[in-house]
Design a protein around this ligand. Structure first.
Ligand code: CP3
Length: 341
């Protein structure tokens, strides 16, 4: 059976591009809210394979997306590295902050395999249940983005705590990034060996760094993960999503050796087509707020994305995760428009 998303990652353009959405399993779906209620908490949902697998499949069943993305979170890696993790309703993640070099020196060098085992089980369950033409995507957070949450202990407007620590204690910060490179590579290899057919590396906070720091803390660690994964899983297909990288995107694409680049909604599309899609497939980049808005604005936004990228290998997606208050009818409208029916 043909998998259109894998075909695109192999460089073969599809007449109708494969479609999926970041955060496609989430609170905008009533069936997700019901299962989350049943699980009791978001983390319980992530670590209960039967429920996580069911949530992963929900958007595929409802909308017929071309890919399923493993239901989990990027912050399971800090948890497997011994940090405490919780999610505060309506606010987001909370971790015990990693504030200085001494605390980093005490970190374990490897993630606890038993903590991550249920996630590989979720991958196996999803793979067994997935329609033959749908691609299973695994993922991890990029070391920089994961480190920003570990240092601050939560999300902040500009992730200044991690940037400050990286300036003040570059050696210690490099040590933290090295631990995350190793843990993330092992984690992605585990997902690929359990049945994930491609993996995406989410670098949500790539855009807050000046060029030299972007090279050091985003490009280089991602390059190392890609190399480490491919050494173990030859030909592994890897999508990089350095949100906000802007004019740093071409360097990211070239130096990390990812197979495709996920584009955020802010990037100039002509720039992305000329400098990224000229050399590899791209994925993106509908503004999640255009999807939230619906109507003619949504149609125009979908058309603009298609016009910019559909002539070459392309995966239709949002430029970041779907917002929880997005109406389901808008997702249906988007899919119809992309697929031309
Ligand atoms: O895309 C998918 O459908 C797969 C699942 C997935 C989740 N998080 C589920 C989730 C993926 C790929 C992520 C990645 C993730 N998690 C990122 C990188 C991508 C991005 O969106 O920027 C980041 C930075 C996180 C950390 C995180 N997790 C934050 C900041 C939050 C709180 C914000 C929010 O939306 O509530 C989460 C929680 C989270 N992760 C939810 C989901 C479905 C919401 C939890 C809930 O209340 O049910």
């Amino acid at each position: 059976m043909n998998k259109s998303l894998l075909d695109v990652l192999g460089g073969r353009r599809q007449t109708v591009p494969p479609v999926w959405m970041m955060r496609q399993a989430g609170r905008y779906l009533p069936e997700y809210r019901a299962l989350r209620e049943q699980a009791g908490s978001f983390l319980k949902l992530c670590f209960t394979p039967k429920l996580a697998a069911e949530v992963t499949l929900q958007p595929v069943k409802r909308f017929g997306f071309d890919a399923a993305i493993l239901f989990s979170d990027i912050l399971v890696i800090p948890k497997a590295l011994g940090r405490t993790l919780s999610f505060v309703e309506g606010e987001g993640p909370r971790l015990d902050p990693l504030t200085d070099a001494a605390a980093i020196a005490r970190m374990p060098k490897h993630a606890d395999a038993a903590t991550l085992a249920p996630i590989y089980e979720t991958v196996r369950l999803v793979k067994a249940a997935l329609p033959a033409d749908v691609t299973l995507i695994g993922f991890c957070g990029a070391p920089w983005t994961v480190a920003t949450y570990m240092v601050a202990g939560q999300g902040t407007a500009d992730q200044a705590p991690a940037r400050l620590l990286a300036y003040r204690e570059p050696e210690a910060f490099a040590q933290l990034i090295a631990i995350l490179v190793e843990a993330s590579a092992v984690y992605l290899i585990g997902q690929l060996e359990a049945g994930a057919e491609t993996v995406q590396i989410f670098d949500t906070w790539a855009g807050v760094l000046p060029p030299d720091e972007f090279e050091r803390w985003c490009i280089e660690p991602t390059r190392q993960i890609v190399a480490r994964v491919r050494a173990r899983v030859p030909g592994a297909k890897i999508i990089g999503f350095p949100r906000g990288a802007g004019t740093g995107l071409p360097r990211y694409a070239e130096q990390t050796s990812v197979d495709a680049v996920g584009l955020d909604w802010m990037i100039d599309r002509t720039f992305a087509r000329e400098h990224i899609q000229s050399r590899m497939p791209v994925q993106g980049n509908l503004d999640p707020l255009a999807l939230r808005a619906g109507g003619g604005a949504l149609d125009r936004a979908v058309d603009a994305v298609m016009q910019a990228f559909a002539a070459k290998p392309f995966i239709f997606n949002l430029g970041h995760g779907i917002l929880p208050d997005t109406p389901i009818a808008h997702v249906e409208q988007m899919l119809k428009r992309v697929r031309g029916k």
